[in-house]
Design a protein around this ligand. Structure first.
Ligand code: ZN
Length: 111
């Protein structure tokens, strides 16, 4: 049972909204502007370093999510979206709606 075009359209929109959202977050937490945001805000330079480290981790995880979303959008255009990349089975619609950028079906993701 293939995922219906209506559902795919909705997922594509959801992915684009999420991508825009993450890109904005990355603008706030990413390396550009990081120094400006922190200069003079903390007296303790150790705390500044810790905060910067946290933000770098966050920025990395946002970049990972963005890569997954770009990958999912590419599959939506070129084909292969909704197919598990490990076992080749269709990913359930419910799972795609919950996690539109997922690459794996529920059994592969949990193994
Ligand atoms: Zn699978």
């Amino acid at each position: 049972m293939a995922t219906s075009p209506d559902v795919l359209d909705a997922l594509r929109s959801a992915l684009r909204v999420e991508r825009d959202h993450l890109r904005r977050q990355l603008g706030e937490y990413g390396t550009g502007g990081e120094d400006m945001a922190f200069d003079g805000n903390f007296a303790d330079s150790g705390q500044v370093a810790a905060e910067k480290g946290e933000h770098r981790v966050l920025a990395n995880s946002i970049q990972d999510s963005l890569a997954d979303i770009d990958h999912a959008l590419e599959k939506l255009d070129k084909g292969g979206y909704g197919i598990c990349e490990r076992c080749g089975q269709e990913i359930s619609e419910a799972r795609l709606e919950a996690m539109p950028a997922t690459r794996y079906c529920i059994s592969c993701a949990s193994s």
